[in-house]
Ligand binder design. Structure first.
Ligand code: FA5
Length: 346
């Protein structure tokens, strides 16, 4: 029995040495020291031994059991330490690696231009006003000196919803709505960006839905020179000092006198191309002195108050600013086009 115990010890030590995982080691523990293990069996068979042999074998069996248990504990510590090392190695973070790029959205070029124009006018003391996209015939036309049947209504082909409701064709109705709210008291100084809709045929510079930004100033002693100065400041800030501007006499029923402003074409440098239709100029806005009848209809005394107004096409401005050759790029959502307007730090 002594030999059997010695053999068991050697066998166990070999298995302990071979164990490379905690799980294996635990199996060795169960198989040698468990209730059904060989040492327990030896102890159970002690009854058959002589009285002299019993304490000797009993002591030896305990010794062997303790030796195996100690060896297992030792090995367990080694394996646990190895496991921690392996974990640390596999979870090492290389802080010098470049970060993963997170693709986030970006403002649409048109939104950027509109915000830039808003900021510019806010800096000049204007506030931002809004109005509905589905508008009444009254505010879109009648309050702007365009009674029903007026031939100038043909200048803006409209999408009608009912006889009295339409998709607004310009942002000028916000002029009438804002003046009405002021109850005949100046000053009024607003800009109004928003979507407008016309039954225009889409081409390089026309879209059936586009953005306008309206401006309106009403106060005592507002003159044409104030309008001209404002438009010049706007154009120089937006396009740079070197771009040419021209004002042409024009006609709008709601302003008198009226003008249109053109900017020299950036695409062809003024030589003529399909964007400027060979003229070297692109029309970006209509403007003028608010017609006395419009002031009166919105509750202002036209003997005391005068005002100027302008309405510009945001897409045309963005095209001139960035050298974009077709207005349809703004609405086709081609990612290759939109990506060109990412901030340079991304
Ligand atoms: C008007 O809409 C007037 N309400 C502007 C105005 C306001 C005049 C206040 C006087 C006082 P017009 O139809 O010209 O005007 O349009 C103004 C600008 O919108 C144009 O100069 C052009 O830049 C832009 N625009 C007009 N039609 C289109 C279109 N189909 N697609 C893209 N931009 C357009």
């Amino acid at each position: 029995m002594k030999e059997r115990l010695k053999e068991l010890e050697l066998e166990a030590i070999e298995k302990i040495n071979q164990a490379s995982e905690l799980k294996e080691l635990n199996e060795v523990r169960v198989s040698f020291l468990g209730k059904k293990g060989p040492i327990t069996e030896v102890l159970r068979g002690m009854g058959k031994l002589s009285v002299e042999e019993r304490p000797v074998i009993g002591a030896l069996a305990n010794e062997v059991r303790t030796a195996i248990a100690e060896k297992i504990d030792e090995k367990q510590k080694i394996l646990e330490a190895e496991l921690v090392q392996r974990k640390l190695a596999s979870e090492t973070i290389d802080v010098t690696l470049p970060g993963r790029r997170v693709n986030i959205g970006n403002h649409h070029p048109l939104t950027k231009v509109v915000e830039e124009i808003e900021d510019l006018f806010i800096g000049l003391g204007y506030t931002v006003a809004e109005g509905p996209e589905v508008e009444t015939d009254y505010y879109n036309f009648e309050a702007l000196n365009l009674p029903k049947g007026h031939p100038a209504r043909d200048m803006q082909d409209s999408f009608y919803i009912t006889e009295e409701l339409l998709m607004r064709t310009h942002t000028s109705p916000v002029q009438a709505r804002t003046m009405e709210k002021h109850g005949g008291k100046g000053p009024v100084k607003i800009i109004c960006p928003g979507k407008v809709f016309r039954r225009d045929n889409d081409d390089a510079t026309h879209s059936h839905q586009f953005m306008q930004i309206e401006g309106l100033v009403v106060d005592e002693n507002i003159r044409m020179s104030d309008l001209k100065g404002t438009l010049e400041v706007f154009a120089k800030k937006m396009f740079g000092e070197d771009r040419e501007i021209r004002l042409r006499p024009s006609f709008f029923p709601f302003t008198e006198p009226s003008v249109e402003m053109d900017i020299s074409c950036k695409i062809c440098g003024g030589k003529g191309c399909n964007v400027c239709k060979g003229t070297g100029w692109i029309e970006i806005l209509g403007a003028g002195m608010v017609h006395p009848r419009v002031l009166e209809m919105s509750g202002f005394d036209s003997k005391k108050y005068t005002g100027f107004a302008f309405g510009m096409g945001a897409e045309r401005i963005a095209m001139l600013k960035y050298g974009i050759d077709d207005i349809r790029h703004f609405y086709t959502n081609d990612i290759r086009f939109l990506k060109q307007f990412l901030p340079t730090d991304r």
